[in-house]
Design a binder for this molecule. Sequence first.
Ligand code: RP5
Length: 191
Amino acid sequence: TVESLIDRLRAEADADADPETTPDVGIIMGSDSDLDVMCGAHEALDELGFEEQTDFTDAPDARFTYETYVVSAHRTPDLMYAYGQTAMDRGLDVIIAGAGGKSADLPNMTASIAYPLPVVGVPVQEKSVDSVIGMPTGAPIVAVDAGKSFNAALSAVQMLAREHDVLEDRLLEYHESLTGGVARDSRDLHD
Ligand code: RP5
């Protein structure tokens, strides 16, 4: 139930767990119907050597992990508050939040509740863009274009990489892997 999830989040926040054992990235979305779009974030994080952590108390195999929750700003506002309020104490370093529809409020509300933890917002559809990015001065959110959850995860890892050289190396390696299909200079184009 929503209440038991809220209790769990609060207990995890109070547990003062070793940051090595807690998820680094939190992925939340407004509905399970957002999963098709938001799984791009999973793909990017998996590509960069992260693992999904389902049980907070289990020491993960991978050094870097993420968790996934469905949290609705409108259907489960108490859960959204609890998630945002406990995020930092639960050991998260960054949240990726996706929502669709015209009232895509989960990313922007979570950014305000979890502040100063950074939130990368993903508008699940084109019509959600304004709702995700339209924040007042002093209430920041980082956001990607509609549907670009893969890029949201790369941005999240860029933030973590300021503290972890190994992630910087993985990001550079990933970037290198993209250059394979790109001509290096005009001679390549004429060969
Ligand atoms: C938004 O409403 C969700 O993020 C989702 O994109 C949209 C529709 O949700 P469902 O009716 O499919 O659950 O808040």
